[in-house]
Write a protein that binds this ligand. Structure first.
Ligand code: 9MR
Length: 288
């Protein structure tokens, strides 16, 4: 859910209120949104979304705490300028995870805590976090979040890990290791940003099963299926088939029990802004 659109567009709000039993903030819970200046929190939009969800009897999925993108400038610029020591960066990170988790304690039952920590090749992404906090940062983040709200289910979330490939192998290995070390991670989020110009991810159901066998819950967290415009009936048929396949595989594996669309309409989807000439990715068109 895009918080600005929710506040300004009645038709959008009406669909959001009636068609879904769970909502996720597209941007409103990200670090740059909630802590725009160091120590100064702005929960406004995020809280409005939570209220909206409560009013409509919906769950709220938390997205996202630790990511290399959409970090506040005070932090990225500060790190770049050498304003913070390694220990300070660690303390800032811990504080962020604790504040955000606590703020929504009891309201958010599932959190995409760590987002996109791997490259497509399966190597670790060289984010600031990896660089400043060292190899253990992911495990620590889950521990901090769990301490702040022991009831929330904590997820690792990434894109391109729907099928079996080097990246999903790497995520699998990480989660296996974390589970064996009793790190409180309970689920994996497969974003599932698909496109009709690509074949459906290879080994999808097998991949779901191997994560399930680790004792993890699986969520599809950001589903959309983009099309290279203009639309043709063949492309739309492929889109239908991708949507069906992603849903069917999830329904076939009991541990896969949560599906979130990354936007529900082509009017407000992130898609056209990011992929030039592509769109029509969501169930509702630009006229809702
Ligand atoms: O949809 C989000 C868009 O409005 C933001 O500008 C963008 C910034 O990177 O993030 C988009 O959401 C991303 C999500 O948080 C994580 N997975 C990829 C999503 C699409 O880029």
């Amino acid at each position: 859910i895009n918080a600005e659109v929710l506040a300004s567009d009645q038709r959008y709000a009406a669909i959001a209120a009636t068609e879904f039993n769970s909502v996720t903030a597209e941007n409103a819970m990200k670090w740059e949104s909630v802590e725009p200046a160091q120590g100064e929190y702005d929960w406004g939009q995020a809280d409005e979304l939570v209220e909206f969800a409560m009013k409509n009897d919906q769950a709220v999925r938390g997205h996202t705490q630790v990511w290399h993108s959409q970090m506040p400038t005070w932090l990225t610029a500060g790190i770049k300028d050498g304003d913070f020591s390694r220990a300070e960066v660690r303390a800032i990170m811990k504080n962020h995870v604790v504040q955000v988790t606590k703020h929504f304690k009891g309201k958010i039952r599932q959190w995409d805590v760590v987002n996109e920590a791997f490259n497509d090749s399966g190597t670790e992404r060289h984010s600031l976090w990896r660089e400043y906090l060292g190899k253990d940062y992911i495990a620590n983040v889950f521990r901090w979040a769990h301490e702040a709200d022991p009831e929330a289910k904590l997820f690792y979330n990434d894109f391109g890990i729907e099928g079996i490939n080097p990246k999903s192998d790497a995520v699998y290995d990480l989660l296996k290791k974390l589970r064996a070390g009793e790190v409180p991670v309970e689920g994996v989020g497969l974003q599932a940003h698909l496109g009709t110009q690509h074949p459906f991810p290879d080994g999808y159901e097998e991949n779901l099963k191997r994560f399930a066998d680790l004792g993890l819950e699986i969520s599809l967290t950001e589903v959309d299926v983009r099309i290279e415009l203009p639309l043709t009936s063949a492309k739309v048929a492929t889109q239908t088939s991708h949507y069906k396949a992603i849903l069917k595989g999830c329904l076939a594996v009991p541990a896969c029990n949560y599906i979130t669309l990354w936007g529900f309409d082509d009017r407000n989807s992130w898609m056209p802004g990011w992929f030039d000439g592509e769109g029509s990715a969501t169930p509702f068109d630009a006229k809702y």
